[in-house]
Design a binder for this molecule. Structure first.
Ligand SMILES: Nc1ncnc2c1ncn2[C@@H]1O[C@H](COP(=O)(O)OP(=O)(O)OP(=O)(O)O)[C@@H](O)[C@H]1O
Ligand SMILES: [Mg+2]
Length: 255
């Protein structure tokens, strides 16, 4: 089957800084694909490139077989409406309520009367596990975990089949993070979404991801979770077998 996301030979450079140098990545239908890598390794830049928000120096990005690397803004518009994204920072407009935030993409892309928009937005708000009274609140009136959920509700506004999340559990306490992992699994299973998730959170990876891509030395090493932990690269070893990972691996792999 055609990959949902395919990146080939990606090169991204800022001035003299080479961030990606021949990076390849493939995401298949229905999987939760985790992107891991050190701070500054280029995870968010990769995401922006895949989303068509940033043009690479070389290489291609294809979404469901369509090369989007050289499309114009107008050509990208319908493609952008086909995926949902919750960014690492600044996920919501602070001057708008949760309901209004969720409605923004709908207003931009759908022709619907206000009552239908309200109903649809409330549906998304409930879908991500927010109480209904969160709809009328402003982002500053929400907890960190609620903001993350509201951002997902907005990402789901146009019923995408592909969802991107940039560090969705960062800053959450372990209980809220684990509840967010459940939401990711729920969405994948019930909406049959393909989910690409950037995360530093090992628990999250072990709980939700089918395959993992690790950015090391400006490229990506991809494998199933079972196999990637045995990859000889020193960063990957330190990441999956370091002090903070040991307890988790012990629990997860019966070691
Ligand atoms: N617009 C830009 N102009 C110049 N340099 C940039 C730009 N965007 C990113 N960079 C640089 O590219 C590198 C990768 O940044 P990126 O944000 O992708 O890291 P990251 O892997 O997402 O890190 P983190 O885990 O901290 O979020 C960094 O060194 C960053 O300074
Ligand atoms: Mg980042």
């Amino acid at each position: 089957m055609e990959p949902v996301v395919e990146v080939r030979g990606l090169v991204n450079r800022f001035g003299r800084q080479l961030v990606h140098d021949g990076l390849d990545m493939q995401v298949a239908e229905d999987e939760v694909f985790g992107i891991v890598g050190g701070s500054g390794s280029g995870k968010s830049v990769l995401l922006r490139t895949i989303l068509g928000l940033q043009r690479p120096q070389a290489g291609t990005v294809s979404l469901r077989g369509r090369d989007i690397t050289h499309l114009s803004e107008a050509q990208l518009r319908p493609i952008k409406a086909g995926y949902g994204v919750a960014f690492q920072a600044g996920a919501l407009y602070s001057g708008l309520t949760v309901l209004e935030n969720v409605q923004l993409p709908m207003i931009e892309h759908l022709r619907l009367p206000p009552t239908a928009l309200d109903g649809l937005a409330l549906l998304k708000i409930r879908l991500v596990g927010l109480p209904e009274d969160a709809a009328a609140k402003y982002p500053s009136q929400l907890s960190g975990g609620m903001v993350k959920r509201a951002a997902v509700a907005r990402a789901l506004a146009l019923d995408p089949q592909l969802l991107f999340l940039d560090e969705p559990t960062s800053g959450l306490d372990p209980v809220s993070a684990s509840a967010f992992d459940d939401l990711v699994l729920y969405l994948q299973q019930h909406l049959r979404l393909t989910i690409v998730m950037i995360t530093h959170d090992l628990d999250s990876i072990f709980r939700t991801c089918n395959r993992v891509g690790v950015i090391v030395d400006r490229r990506m090493e991809t494998d199933t979770l079972e196999r990637i932990v045995d990859h000889p690269n020193p960063w990957i070893q330190a990441y999956f077998h370091g002090e903070r990972a040991r307890a988790r691996l012990g629990a997860g792999h019966g070691a």
